[in-house]
Design a binder for this molecule. Structure first.
Ligand code: SF4
Ligand code: SF4
Length: 330
């Protein structure tokens, strides 16, 4: 599956976000119903499809050190999704009377997909909110005029969320490659100047506190004239670490009460992602944005079929979604 190769601008060292932990034992996350200890595995029902994501394709102008989806300038494991395929899923939302509020687009870099503007237009014209995750570099900058026109027509129903992995250039470029900082900052300043509804996605270094990180981002946004409220978790989204090869506890049905969490708190309770895998005739629906390739998380060919519950049978379910640094061992 991994056709990822390094671009000339790729980082040369290890990811600064790498996790220090033992390797994941092979017996973990191997049975969708039962954990390695023989306990019942947790499942999450879909309560409402609030957000439907489309993966626009894995091709990207960058090749970040720890890109969870292994994007790069050469990896097309997920091919460019076509506007006509997106339209089919939007038609299904409408004909089934689903109460979907938001359509998200993620990649790769979405603005490399030649149908990106047509898909955005279709989404917004149908009355959905649209959220696009971008690195705000050249592929987005080439679409400036069209984006400004969309902003004029649809205002804050179009939000762009820009990945700025860290509030320092050094860490950001260690993850994203040399010369990635200035281009991202220029893109952010342009979006801010043009008045777009804007958000930033960052990451926490191992051991870095969230409050401290928010202060540093706030100072950066202030210096650079970027209008993003760093204290608002919807506007500055800070992600915990992810590494599917490192050991982590499995999630049992008992975890919810131990952690005082509910299945409805995790993303797959309210969202799904459509992916078009290379070699497949048509796009299919994955349980969430984090696990596009694993056949255990392929939920079906349409949204109705994909409405069944998800078995939390992947290390990302534990580390990223449920535990977030906590432990649910009784
Ligand atoms: S910009 Fe995003 S999609 Fe592209 S390689 Fe980096 S993390 Fe992956
Ligand atoms: S990683 Fe697992 S728990 Fe999280 S949204 Fe995806 S399927 Fe659900």
């Amino acid at each position: 599956m991994n056709t990822r190769t390094k671009s000339r601008a790729a980082p040369t060292g290890p990811s600064p976000f790498a996790i220090e932990a033992a390797a994941l034992p092979v017996e973990k996350f191997s049975d969708p119903e039962i954990t390695a200890k023989g306990e019942p595995r947790a499942h999450v029902p879909l309560t409402r499809l609030d957000t439907l994501w489309f993966n626009t394709g894995t091709l990207c102008n960058l090749a970040c050190a720890s890109c969870y989806i292994e994007s790069s300038p050469t990896n097309d494991a997920l091919v460019y999704i076509a506007a006509k395929h997106v339209a089919r899923f939007l038609d299904e939302i409408e004909s089934e009377g689903m109460k979907t509020r938001e359509i998200g687009f993620t990649g790769g870099e979405p603005f490399m997909n030649p149908d990106m503007l047509a898909m955005l237009e279709d989404t917004l014209d149908r009355g959905f909110d649209a959220l696009v995750l971008t690195n705000a570099m050249k592929p987005m900058r080439r679409r400036e005029a069209a984006l400004v026109a969309l902003r004029k027509r649809h205002g804050d129903r179009l939000t762009l969320r820009v990945s700025l992995d860290h509030h320092t250039q050094t860490v950001h470029e260690a993850e994203r490659g040399p010369r990635s900082w200035d281009a991202a900052m220029e893109g952010l300043r342009w979006l801010s100047r043009e008045g777009f509804s804007l958000a930033v996605a960052g990451r926490l270094l191992p051991g870095e506190g969230e409050a401290e990180a928010r202060q540093h981002y706030a100072a950066l946004f202030d210096r650079e004239g970027i209008d993003v409220a760093a204290q608002d978790p919807m506007r500055l989204v800070l992600f915990p670490e992810m590494d599917e090869s490192k050991d982590i506890a499995e999630i049992t049905t008992a975890c919810w009460s131990i952690l005082d969490k509910s299945p409805s708190d995790v993303m797959c309770a309210t969202s799904r992602m459509v992916v078009h895998r290379k070699g497949e005739a048509a796009p299919r629906v994955a349980a969430c944005t984090l696990i596009p390739y694993d056949s255990g998380f392929d939920m079906g060919g349409d949204l109705k079929e994909a409405s069944r519950e998800v078995s939390l049978n992947h290390p990302h379910c534990a580390r990223f979604c449920v535990l977030g640094g906590a432990s649910c061992s009784a």
